[in-house]
Design a binder for this molecule. Structure first.
Ligand SMILES: Nc1ncnc2c1ncn2[C@@H]1O[C@H](COP(=O)(O)OP(=O)(O)OP(=O)(O)O)[C@@H](O)[C@H]1O
Ligand SMILES: [Mg+2]
Length: 313
């Protein structure tokens, strides 16, 4: 449904998006996760035809965003960052105005407004001026606008930013509802958001994709990058070099505490060396009082990836 290939965008010397490629299949709900300045909004603006790319291509429902932008706009609904609205307009008036801009006729607009205000739980508020609505409610007006022409693809840039916990929960529930009928791509800089609503995530930092996959796949990847914590009694040098010699051990870092070596052992992905370490200690007659697999959290993984990006790794 969405196909992005080698997309690059620079603003003068700033490389905001650096050779990004990804696909989103019809019916998927994908989270675009990354810290501030990662290039999320820039990518989404290109996908929604609000900005041209410097290089690369993007297609939505088979149409090219540069050369067939009218076709793309017809099939995509976009909730931009900051969600600009007209505060003096009433909700119905605003949606009617937006429908006119999209070339919808009056009966089409009326039924569309009914549909989107029902779907976004705005029914009781259609006659209220937008300026009098809470932030959460305004966000729903933005969503209703994005859905007015019943697009196949919905693009949401930070849909819950600035909302209180209740509004966040409601907006997430609404997005999950929408996912039943639309292909959705949403951006966020917070992991729990993406975990809560998306099936798959693409982690972007420093303009580049750093990881992508289902939440489960990313968890497996973290498991592969887990480490062992061990406490072994024996001569420090000997203990460390013997453990380093075990196949699959990448690095051993130790410090002596009360005659015990407290070790942090990094392995290569997917190999569990606990049994070999226990056997080694038994053979050498070294005491072993702890041997524990420490699996990092998704949160740590995200922090690590974005820190690597910040240092230019
Ligand atoms: N119009 C612009 N002119 C110049 N530089 C820009 C412009 N828009 C974005 N940038 C730069 O491009 C980079 C990516 O910005 P972008 O807004 O895409 O990030 P983001 O991931 O959406 O961040 P945030 O989480 O803060 O919204 C940043 O370094 C930003 O300063
Ligand atoms: Mg942004």
């Amino acid at each position: 449904m969405i196909e992005v290939k080698n997309l690059t965008k620079s603003y003068g010397p700033v490389l905001a998006v650096d050779n990004v490629s990804f696909r989103v299949e019809a019916g998927e709900i994908v989270g675009f996760l990354g810290p501030n300045g990662a290039g999320k909004s820039t990518t989404l603006r290109i996908l929604t035809c609000y900005q041209p790319a410097t290089k690369g291509s993007a297609r939505v429902a088979g149409f090219d965003v540069f050369t067939q932008s009218m076709e793309v706009r017809r099939r995509i609904g976009y909730l931009p960052e900051g969600n600009p609205l007209y505060p003096e307009m009433r909700v119905r008036e605003y949606l009617n105005f937006r429908g006119k801009l999209r070339g919808m006729d009056r009966p089409g607009r009326e039924s569309a407004i009914k549909r989107v205000t029902d779907r976004c739980w705005l029914g009781d508020f259609v006659e209220r001026p937008i300026g009098q609505l809470s932030k959460g409610m305004r966000q729903r007006v933005g969503l209703a606008d994005a859905l007015l022409h019943d697009p196949e693809v919905v693009v949401l840039d930070e849909p819950t930013i600035g909302l209180d916990p209740n509004q966040i929960r409601e907006t997430r529930r609404l997005i999950s509802e929408l996912a039943k009928r639309h292909t959705i791509i949403l951006s966020s800089h917070i992991l729990p958001e993406v975990e809560a609503v998306c099936e798959r995530m693409i982690i972007i930092a420093g303009g580049k994709i750093r990881a992508s996959g289902s939440i489960g796949q990313i968890r497996d990847r973290i498991k592969g990058a887990s480490r062992l914590i061990a406490e072994v009694r024996g001569p420090k040098q000997e203990v460390e070099s013997a453990i380093s010699g075990i196949g699959g051990v990448r690095r051993v870092e130790g410090k002596a505490v009360d005659g015990w070596n407290r070790l942090r052992i990094d392995g290569s992905e997917g190999k569990d060396v606990r049994e070999e370490i226990a056997a080694l200690c038994a053979r050498r007659n070294w005491g072993l009082r702890e041997l524990r697999l420490e699996v990092g959290s998704l949160e740590e993984f995200f922090t690590q990836i974005t820190a690597e990006a910040a240092t230019g790794a």
